[in-house]
Design a protein around this ligand. Structure first.
Ligand code: AMP
Length: 145
């Protein structure tokens, strides 16, 4: 039932929304809203430097009374990135998110960013595949498989 992270990427695509570390929080928020995502990978040139999510906007900007037009993403991003490989299992990825209490995992293959999965992407994949397994079992029981 639990496939590999690469199966989720094959279905959702490998595009990762990014922001340069010199961008302001206001620019990053605009990008998140335009793209309909809750997290951006923060880039230092071609290298990932951290991650910035909607949770950071709430905790480190709104709740801290800071002006999003004046603060740069680099000042409020999370630097210690936790990543996963494409060949890792989906339940492993879910376990990391639950334990670390975050909802996004950049996917790295030999040091290269090859995608990003969110807890929503993983839940969707598991639910879709559960439905598939139930349908296959029902067909088997009814002698139609
Ligand atoms: P989230 O639930 O993904 O919005 O993130 C909650 C907190 O964890 C925020 O401070 C994020 O910057 C941080 N965070 C999210 N994903 C990761 C990750 N893969 N590695 C490290 N920190 C992360």
């Amino acid at each position: 039932m639990f496939g590999l992270v690469s199966s989720v990427l094959a279905e959702k695509g490998r595009h990762v929304y990014t922001v340069g570390k010199a961008a302001t929080v206001a620019e990053a928020v605009r990008e998140m809203n335009e793209k309909g995502v809750g997290a951006l990978l923060v880039m230092d040139g071609h290298k990932p430097a951290g991650i910035f999510t909607e949770r950071d906007v709430l905790r480190r900007i709104v709740d801290a009374d800071r002006d999003p037009a004046l603060i740069r993403v680099a000042e409020v991003m999370t630097r210690q990135l936790v990543t996963i490989g494409p060949e890792s299992r989906i339940d492993e990825a879910m376990g990391i998110m639950t334990e670390r209490r975050f909802r996004h995992l950049p996917v790295l293959d030999a040091g290269e960013v090859v995608g990003m999965v969110s807890s929503g992407d993983l839940m969707r994949w598991v639910t879709m595949n559960q439905e598939d397994s139930i349908r296959q079992m029902t067909e088997y029981i009814n002698g139609r498989a």
